[in-house]
Design a protein around this ligand. Structure first.
Ligand SMILES: Cc1cc2nc3c(=O)[nH]c(=O)nc-3n(C[C@H](O)[C@H](O)[C@H](O)COP(=O)(O)OP(=O)(O)OC[C@H]3O[C@@H](n4cnc5c(N)ncnc54)[C@H](O)[C@@H]3O)c2cc1C
Length: 404
């Protein structure tokens, strides 16, 4: 891979004339777009990344005790899209991993999403058998039943189950995650909390799931290793890129790189508010603070991720060796604290806060760029949307289908 660390070269200047495409951001959106344009169109692509590393939010590295961790939170690969899976399989082998999540509820580890096994661990044998029989006969084995449907049943036991799951699996976790009071929680979201009429403890049921055998960073090194792609890290696009305003000042009419018009393609995977100097203010996000516990023993958790749904001020903990399969005598567990995103200089925007109002707010930013046919916002930040990795890979592939 052809990579330049701009910080270590004081004489560095970016020469836009050497490229027909500039990709901002080296996460999945940017890296897949860059590779596809170079490989399918023969483009000369500059990938500009402001962090000191590639791989975006999936970046992994060894921590101080040699455990492979994910710097920006645990990333588990899963997809139903064969195209995505075949594509990524060109750049990595897969480790067979099925993610399980347990909720820690008053001293017990209960599988979530709540399923027939969870019911047997929660209620006495007689009540659990009755509940499970009722669920299977009413909804059928293998179904996913939103608690709103349980609440609508005449059978009081099913209503009771709905209330239990709401109170013990959903409510406090959601309050912590989004900093909401119970009254502020959107009833439509609550209604979708599922109970699985099944004994499958896997968190995801997608056809393809696993973890990159040698980690995400290695996958990205292979993805970006192609003639025509130059990667620049520690380079912030805002230091190069500006825009010419239209006459009415309502939108941009040209992209400038180092003050000169750039007529090539720009794939932009950062945040639009950030790029405009927050022209209309900061788009609302939740951020996460990670704190780590280091242990001198092989394993301390019963599975990869534990959700704290009725206690603690952190939302969940992840023990990375479960995910990566790393065979090592020590272990590291990350605790996640959800926080308000208020300072882009020190915090990472993680989860966009969905609401009609925030979407309209984002649309104001999007409108600024509407008259630039060569500017393509792509990815979780640029589109102000939560996407899983596979969805972003698919979006990148489809965008390049259009462009090629
Ligand atoms: C806590 C958490 C856990 C997740 N877990 C999973 C999971 O288990 N499975 C799953 O499928 N998905 C998961 N996701 C979603 C996943 O992180 C995203 O789908 C993925 O990161 C999207 O890739 P992207 O390229 O759009 O964004 P990113 O990976 O964020 O890449 C964008 C890049 O652009 C760079 N950038 C921004 N602005 C500039 C600029 N001005 N100049 C230069 N570079 C810039 C950023 O530094 C960043 O590296 C999770 C998300 C979060 C928040």
């Amino acid at each position: 891979m052809n990579i330049t660390d701009v910080k270590s070269d004081p004489s560095f200047t970016f020469d836009a004339t050497a490229y027909d495409t500039i990709v901002v951001g080296a996460g999945f959106a940017g890296a897949v777009a860059a590779r596809e344009l170079a490989e399918r169109k023969g483009s000369r692509v500059a990938v500009i990344e402001r962090r000191p590393h590639i791989a975006g939010n999936t970046y992994d590295h060894l921590d101080k005790q040699g455990v492979l961790i994910h710097e920006y939170g645990p990333h588990i690969y899963h997809t139903v899209h064969e195209r995505v899976h075949n594509y990524l399989s060109r750049f990595t082998e897969w480790r067979d991993y099925r993610h399980e999540v347990l909720a820690f509820i008053r001293g017990e580890y209960i599988p979530v999403p709540f399923n027939l096994n969870s019911i047997e661990m929660t209620y006495d044998a007689e009540k659990a058998a009755k509940l499970n029989d009722l669920l299977v006969s009413t909804f059928g084995i293998g179904t996913k039943v939103p608690i709103i449907d349980l609440r609508k049943q005449d059978e009081p036991l099913l209503k009771e189950l709905a209330e239990y799951v709401y109170e013990n699996v959903f409510l406090y976790y959601t309050q912590k995650q989004w900093d909401l009071t119970p009254e502020q929680i959107d009833p439509a979201v609550t209604a979708r909390v599922p109970v699985l009429v099944d004994r499958d403890n896997r968190y995801f049921t997608d056809t393809f799931q696993g973890m990159p055998q040698d980690g995400y960073l290695s996958l990205f090194e292979n993805l970006l290793d192609f003639p025509g792609i130059d990667v620049f890290v520690n380079l912030d696009a805002r230091s190069l890129m500006s825009f010419e305003q239209s006459g009415d000042g309502e939108s941009y009419q040209a992209i400038l790189i180092n003050g000169r018009r750039f007529e090539g393609t720009v794939i932009y995977t950062g945040a639009l508010d950030d790029l405009t100097g927050e022209a209309f203010g900061l788009l609302p996000y939740r951020s996460i603070d990670f704190e780590y516990d280091y242990y001198d023993t092989k394993r301390v958790q019963p599975c990869g991720t534990v959700n704290f749904t009725v206690s603690e001020d952190y939302t969940r903990t992840t023990e990375y060796t479960w995910l990566t399969g790393q065979d090592i005598e020590v272990t590291t567990v990350a605790r996640e604290y959800s926080s308000a995103f208020t300072d882009p200089a020190t915090q990472t925007p993680y989860y966009p806060i969905f609401s009609g109002e925030n979407q309209a707010y984002y649309d104001r930013y999007r409108d600024l760029f509407k008259d630039l046919p060569n500017f393509h916002p792509l990815g979780r930040l640029a589109e102000y949307r939560y996407y899983n990795m596979d969805q972003i890979v698919l979006r990148a592939l489809e965008l390049i289908d259009e462009l090629v």
